[in-house]
Design a protein around this ligand. Structure first.
Ligand SMILES: *Cc1c(COP(=O)(O)O)cnc(C)c1O
Length: 388
């Protein structure tokens, strides 16, 4: 009997911790467990490990260590960037895009309930924000422009530099959620024009529950967590030392591996996209054909439900996603796909396959071998197909 394969293709949701990262973290759970704020050698070891990790994160994004603040992940970094700016800003208007991660969208919605006004910029059919639309949306009350570097569902890469320049022409700070960008393509805060930038360790081979917010020197931002004096008095709470050590090691490895990894993933991505579109009729690619994350495949199959595809793939050992992991519990088509104007007959049948460095050409072969049969079977029993 054929042994069941196990193929993980949901790296936009999370990635496995790399063995080197886990090894680097381990001592900080046990023999080096000190609280970095204490005043003895054990604490100093932890303090030094924090600062070493801060240096690694700073180097990875072209920042200085003093501009890096550790957080509990991408969600906290996005919340802090936006709410922290709202708290300090002189106006009450925020500009973002319609296809942001919920960490940004729901933060904006919560500010709207407190009286702030938010412009959700539309995107084109490929999920791109038109920089000119930012210019038009700016008012003298605008305190922040926040547009993600790359989208987690459809992989579309945004023209963030052009958007940042427009914000800066009006002396408005620019925040970017770069959670999906780190390790996928070079991220440099100066080149991007980012004043604030969010990143998360578990999206590039680090542990869950650890991330960072970059805050450009001179950017006005309020504290987010009140309490002790950790993180230069900006983010209270005893630091997650093992997690931060893991973040530092993971970002270093992700950046170092990028030159080999990115082209390899892009080649596998393109083979997967071409293979699916060639073999399965009534299928379309979601997201941008070229301005796209190297590891992202997102396709929509007419007449089928994404959830059914996932169940059948799972039975064959393939882990994938439909829409975003955060929306998979709801039956609404994802806000990203609907914002791109995906026709309703396609919106429910989307499949996201996101590759990682452990994926091989054989994994691609396997998906291309089983997927056409799955879609065919689902279409045979699909009530949506009646009128076709
Ligand atoms: C995963 C993700 C987040 C949230 O990061 P967490 O560390 O899981 O809180 C935010 N934005 C994007 C684009 C993401 O992909």
């Amino acid at each position: 009997m054929e042994r069941k394969r196990s193929v993980y293709m949901d790296h936009a949701a999370t990635t496995p911790v790399r063995p080197e990262v886990a090894r680097a973290m381990l001592p900080y759970f046990s023999e080096r467990f000190g609280n970095p704020s204490s005043l003895y050698s054990l604490a100093r070891e932890a303090q030094e490990a924090l600062e070493e990790a801060r240096g690694r994160v700073a180097a990875a994004i072209g920042a200085t260590p003093a501009e890096v603040y550790f957080t509990s992940g991408g969600t906290e970094a996005d919340n802090w960037a936006i709410k922290g700016t709202a708290l300090r800003g002189k106006g009450d208007h925020i500009i973002t895009s319609a296809i942001e991660h919920h960490a940004v969208l729901h933060t904006c919605r919560s500010l709207e309930k407190q009286g702030y006004r938010v412009t959700y910029l539309p995107v084109d059919e490929f999920g791109r924000v038109e920089p000119g639309a930012v210019e038009e949306a700016i008012t003298d009350r605008t305190i922040l422009v926040s547009v993600m570097a790359a989208n987690n569902e459809i992989g579309t890469i945004q023209p963030v530099r052009a958007i940042a320049e427009i914000a800066h022409d009006h002396t408005i700070p620019f925040h970017t959620d770069a959670v999906q960008a780190i390790g996928a393509f070079p991220v440099d805060v100066d080149e991007m024009g980012a004043d604030l930038l969010a990143l998360s360790a578990h999206k590039f081979g680090g542990p869950k529950g650890t991330g960072a917010l970059y805050v450009r020197r001179g950017t006005r931002i309020g504290t987010f967590m009140d309490g002790g004096a950790q993180e230069r008095g900006k983010r209270a709470g005893t630091e997650n030392v093992p997690g931060i050590v893991g973040l530092g090691r993971a970002i270093e490895l992700a950046i170092a591996g990028m030159p080999q990894n990115a082209p390899r993933l892009a080649a596998m991505r393109d083979r997967l996209i071409r293979g699916i579109l060639d073999a399965i009729p009534d299928t379309r690619l979601n997201g941008h054909p070229t301005e796209r994350l190297a590891n992202n495949v997102n396709v929509a199959f007419r007449y089928v439900e994404g959830e059914s595809i996932l169940l059948m793939l799972d039975a064959l050992g393939i882990a994938a996603s439909t829409g975003s992991a955060c929306t998979s519990a709801s039956l609404e088509p994802s806000h990203v796909l609907t914002s791109c104007g995906l026709p309703p007959e396609h919106a429910h049948g989307s499949l996201r396959l996101t590759l990682g460095y452990a994926n091989t050409g054989e994994d691609i072969d396997y998906v291309l071998e089983v997927l056409p049969g799955i879609i065919e079977r689902l279409r045979e029993i699909s009530p949506l197909r009646g009128e076709a």
